[in-house]
Design a protein around this ligand. Structure first.
Ligand SMILES: NC(=O)c1ccc[n+]([C@@H]2O[C@H](COP(=O)([O-])OP(=O)(O)OC[C@H]3O[C@@H](n4cnc5c(N)ncnc54)[C@H](O)[C@@H]3O)[C@@H](O)[C@H]2O)c1
Length: 234
């Protein structure tokens, strides 16, 4: 194991093509490492944390961003799909944090997970996605309490509708996009940079007194949900 910390970035995804594209967007950096791994596999988080520590001599930040959305109604949802959704969207964050604990304890560290506005207002027909993100924000609040005294901060970011691979089918065509944009006060979809900016903030020392919160990054969409229910009640 290295004795001194070296700047480094370990990027992980189960999709090799997507991983290469992300690495290209990040740009060539000394110490950047890409690893293809399935975060639903219980062995992987520990292996990845140890790889990062071994390569970089320590660990400052974990961003647990991988997520899966398996569409379908609760009536038709299979146990396998339910479990996979929770394994990726919830359990992986806990296992990454648990594995990082001995390396961050007493040295300081930040864990940031990507939740969703669906944690609070779960949209129908997307399986266990909403509940898995609700469990994730609960997990983050618990990590904040148990690991805060060890110098590790845990927070999450909840994106609203954001144009990515996950939502390409929904928002990739003008009709779907315009319908969604009409429901967002700033009248545009989120872009990955909007979400990344909040994650970077929660990762940095500037947010050193912020622990156990969720930042909603949705252009104000959540504020309109109350409005919609009030006008429905009229
Ligand atoms: N796009 C949105 O509107 C939106 C809204 C709310 C929350 N989110 C959340 O944002 C995060 C990023 O999603 P995105 O929108 O960029 O979608 P995306 O599908 O483009 O990215 C998700 C990534 O996670 C990877 N992944 C999935 N399962 C994995 C596994 N088992 N192991 C390793 N990697 C795995 C996928 O390969 C993919 O690259 C997710 O947690 C998602 O739930 C997205």
């Amino acid at each position: 194991m290295r004795q001194e910390k070296a700047p480094g970035l370990l990027l992980v995804d189960m999709n090799q093509g997507g991983l290469e594209e992300t690495a290209r967007l990040v740009g060539e950096q000394a110490g950047m490492l890409t690893v293809t791994a399935d975060l639903a596999d219980v062995e992987q988080p520990k292996r990845l944390v140890e790889l990062a520590v071994d390569r970089f001599g320590g660990l400052d930040v974990i961003v647990s961003n991988a997520g899966v959305l398996i569409p379908g109604s609760l009536r038709d949802l299979t146990v396998l799909d339910y479990e996979r959704t929770f394994a990726v969207n919830t359990r992986a964050t806990w296992l990454l944090g648990q594995a990082a604990l001995p390396h961050m304890e007493g040295k300081g560290g930040a864990i940031v997970a990507t939740a969703s506005i669906g944690a609070v207002m779960p949209p129908p027909m997307i399986g266990a996605y909403g509940p898995s993100k609700a469990a994730l924000t609960g997990l983050i609040r618990l990590m904040a309490q148990e690991w805060g005294p060890l110098g590790i901060r845990s927070n999450s970011v909840s994106p609203g509708p954001t144009l990515t691979g996950m939502t390409q089918n929904q928002y990739g065509h003008p009709e779907g996009r315009q319908r969604r944009e009409a429901a967002i006060p700033v009248r545009r979809l989120g872009v990955p940079e909007d979400i990344a900016n909040a994650i970077v903030f929660l990762s940095r020392p500037e947010s050193g007194f912020i622990n156990g919160i969720d930042i909603t990054v949705d252009g104000g969409m959540m504020t309109t949900l109350l409005q919609a229910s009030v006008s429905q009640a009229k």
